[in-house]
Design a protein around this ligand. Structure first.
Ligand code: SF4
Ligand SMILES: [Zn+2]
Length: 280
């Protein structure tokens, strides 16, 4: 079987095995302009799902302009609707300023990496908008390498419980939480990063291959470098082990859910993570 067909079959199997999405619901694809989310949108459209794109313009200068442009070209090629949000309108400033403001706070110093802050904001905006747009799922481009990194980082830090929020679909208690949490799905959960890159090039998809200038999480880089020294089979084995202990991890997970007192979004604490970080 050629590598493209192999990748497509793997994604189809993941969608089927974990019941990621159905043909009668709207799936919002969180498009960054990078290869992973672009391939997710391309494949879901190819497989006949009803998709729309959502993009948060992070205002990281020329890099963000190129990402927005790639996302627009993709949505035009796939003939799908695109919803664009501007971080300055949403949060009052670009991600670079927000990041330094949060990281320089005495209570946050050294605690939060760039990607963590950006991730919290994206999740918050996408969840709120997915609900407004009546989407059944939000699809993201997380791949095998991302997931193996996160899983290993949580193990190394002695917090495997943090992995309870991962998996190809985040469908736990929150799923039925008055419809406020829109489940997130990861169709590329078992697909290696290099295979996605090759696929996107083969299909000549509009992708920004340059790395995000803000991805400065040194610990993640260290873990990524380690993972680059092991085979694809070994990475798959890491995630197979994750599958084995997944249910046990979920069972001990803290399942408290409340509404954020500031923005009203679902949260595990009085204030949601976004409001804890960004006060607007
Ligand atoms: S690499 Fe990190 S900082 Fe850059 S867009 Fe992605 S999550 Fe945000
Ligand atoms: Zn909040």
């Amino acid at each position: 079987m050629n590598p493209e067909k192999e990748l497509e079959n793997k994604v189809k199997q993941t969608i089927k095995k974990y019941e990621l999405c159905g043909k009668k619901e709207k799936v919002l694809v969180a498009l960054s302009g990078g290869k992973d989310s672009t391939v997710v949108a391309y494949l879901l459209k190819k497989f006949g799902y009803e998709i729309e794109g959502i993009h948060l313009d992070l205002k990281i200068g020329r890099y963000s302009e190129e990402c927005l442009n790639a996302v627009k070209v993709l949505c035009k090629e796939l003939n799908i609707k695109l919803h664009v949000y501007d971080i300055k309108k949403e949060m009052g400033s670009g991600i670079c300023y927000l990041r330094s403001a949060v990281q320089s706070r005495p209570d946050m110093r050294g605690k939060l990496k760039n990607c963590a802050i950006c991730g919290v904001i994206k999740k918050w905006v996408f969840n709120r908008e997915a609900r407004k747009l009546k989407a059944g799922k939000i699809a993201t481009g997380h791949n095998l390498d991302d997931e193996a990194q996160t899983f290993l980082m949580n193990i190394f830090k002695g917090s495997p419980k943090l992995s309870a929020n991962t998996g190809p679909i985040t469908r736990n208690l929150e799923y039925s939480f008055k419809g406020k949490f829109v489940p997130r799905i990861k169709p590329l959960f078992y697909v290696a990063e290099n295979d996605i890159r090759d696929y996107s090039k083969k299909k000549k998809l509009p992708v920004v291959y340059e790395k995000c200038p803000c991805s400065l999480d040194s610990y993640r880089v260290q873990v990524r470098e380690f993972l680059e020294t092991i085979s694809k089979r070994d990475k798959e084995n890491i995630m197979k082990n994750f599958d084995r202990i997944y249910e046990k991890i979920r069972a001990v997970k803290d399942t408290r859910i409340e509404y954020c007192k500031s923005c009203g979004e679902p949260s595990r604490n009085r204030l949601c993570k976004k409001c804890e970080l960004v006060k607007i």
